[in-house]
Design a protein around this ligand. Structure first.
Ligand SMILES: Cc1ncc(C[n+]2csc(CCOP(=O)(O)OP(=O)(O)O)c2C)c(N)n1
Ligand SMILES: [Mg+2]
Length: 278
């Protein structure tokens, strides 16, 4: 089995970690955790130049999870990359006084920015990428946004400035799961043709047909690294709740703690999906 297939298989173990974290903390945005997981895995376990040893280096790649409500997936992947201990994070998740709170907390290693109020990650990532250019450094800046998040006007101010400054060291990812908190993005605030919108803002657009495929994401991030003169955006077509049919593509699973029966079903589904990866 090659490395990418092994990573794809591992995604189902990490999905189980996410479910355990949410059940212990009695809170969590499970749907968006499941859609964004492979994006975070590909970045932290394949592409980004950052390790626990270099987390404070001025040359590290920068990352912002702008859709901060997916913190459970983020903690799980940070643990898989060696930045923190998943058992400790699970035990303390959502406890009073704990650093493992319901949105990213920059008191933890590798977390650059507290997020949760949607629409702020891209503008800050633009500043990071611009700073690299001004300082003559070659680190890259990555930001992951939700598709519902794109209704925030600040995203488009950031998009405009990234193209203006030709920030080819900036790569944005849209977790295009087609749902936001209360229903379909196309009903709440329509985005299509999203590719054309980003192109018209001066971005290099890369479509990722299956945004839950580590192999497809890995190739797309590589393409973004080669592309010069423009910022790149990956439009990653993901499945909200990916991993179990009871959660998939259902707006009601945006924020939800699985009950005992749902929990058993999810574990069964994750085991079957893991088995099916060859
Ligand atoms: C400025 C702001 N407005 C509203 C919210 C409440 N909120 C939390 S998650 C969410 C939906 C986001 O949808 P999307 O970006 O598509 O996330 P995903 O589907 O990946 O979970 C909303 C409206 C927020 N966190 N910040
Ligand atoms: Mg969404």
């Amino acid at each position: 089995m090659d490395d990418l297939t092994a990573l794809q298989k591992r995604s189902f173990e990490l999905r189980k970690d996410i479910v355990e974290l949410i059940r212990t903390g009695k809170a969590g945005h499970i749907g968006g955790d499941m859609s964004v997981l492979e994006i975070l895995m590909t970045l932290y376990l394949r592409r980004m130049r950052i390790t626990p040893q270099t987390a404070a280096s001025p040359d590290r790649d920068r990352f912002i999870l702008s859709k901060g409500h997916s913190v459970e997936a983020y903690l799980t992947v940070l643990a898989a990359a060696g930045f923190l201990d998943i058992a400790e994070a699970t035990e303390k998740f959502s406890q009073f006084g704990s650093p493992y709170i319901g949105h990213p907390n920059n008191k933890l290693p590798a977390i650059e920015m507290n997020t949760g109020s949607l629409g702020h990650g891209l503008p800050v990532a633009v500043g990071m990428a611009l700073a690299a250019k001004m300082d003559g450094k070659d680190y890259r800046a990555y930001v992951v946004m939700g598709d519902g998040e794109l209704a925030e006007g600040s995203v488009w101010e950031g998009a405009m400035s990234a193209a203006h400054y030709r920030l080819d060291n900036l790569c944005a990812v849209v977790d295009r799961n087609r749902l936001q908190i209360s229903g379909s993005t196309e009903d709440v605030m329509a985005l299509d043709d999203l590719h054309a919108r980003f192109r018209s803002f001066g971005w290099h657009v890369i479509d990722v047909a299956d945004g839950n495929s580590v192999a497809q994401l890995d190739a797309a991030f590589a393409q973004a690294e080669w592309h010069k003169g423009q910022p790149s955006v990956l439009i990653a077509n993901t499945v909200k709740g990916c991993g179990s049919a009871i959660m998939e593509n259902k707006a009601g699973w945006h924020h939800k703690v699985p009950n005992d029966e749902e929990y058993q079903q999810i574990l069964q589904d994750l085991a079957a999906r893991k088995e099916a990866v060859q």
